[in-house]
Design a protein. Sequence first.
Length: 285
Amino acid sequence: MVVEGLVNRFDGHTVHEGLDLKVRRGEVLGVVGGSGTGKSVLMRSIIGLQVPQEGHIEVLGHTVTDLWEGSQIDIRSRWGVLFQGGALFSTLTVGENVEVPLREFYPELEPELRHEIARYKVRLSGLPGEAASKFPSELSGGMRKRAGLARALALDPELLFLDEPTAGLDPVGAAAFDRLTRELADVLDLTVFLITHDLDTLYEICDRVAVLADKKVIAVGTIPELLALDHPWIQEYFNGPRGRAAKASQDRADLAGIAAREQGGRERTDQKQSGAMDKPAGRGA
């Protein structure tokens, strides 16, 4: 995915001015920035919902301007989007919501096959199968996010766009959603564009982070690489109280992982030694 020279203006107010961004295939890219920096506007520009004043956007080898001209509608079947709050249709069940993109792009599918695919995607998102028959109003906030994720995965996308997926979730629910996102990205070989303000999410699952400020992407890199920069917003964001807390949490998780691996190694060694001692002695000549 490549964005070059992007310009977005609204009523004379410039949100993006010469914004450039490259997203690597197979990475989970976190996108952060202060309020009003246009994170969601950037995402909407990439997926063709916002027409910028200037700029070139290429996704999966296609120029996104083709979407505005109506000549490349098929490319939309290669990405999935989870909007803030899930953006589910309130009058449809979860299963029917998941079927919406299937109906749009594959109208020839038999109803039973469409239902089966929807049920599978619901389970893939971590929801119980019976959730497919429930309406959004019957779900908790976290379950609605997962239902929205199920719909985003309906067409087996190569790209997944997530807009503040853990916003409004409690810490346990947010951590569970983070783990699910990382697992799906690894297993399904997804490229993930993830807008978030959650520092725990950045530390836990993002390969790189893009920082929006000054009307453009001012830096893209791993968190250690960003911490080496002296931009005031980056330093305040990552080295403020919440940033330090998130880093400390990640450090503890890393240490716990190292300890678990070392313990597992010792147990395997002990088992091998015990097995060798239990072997009967061979006969003499």
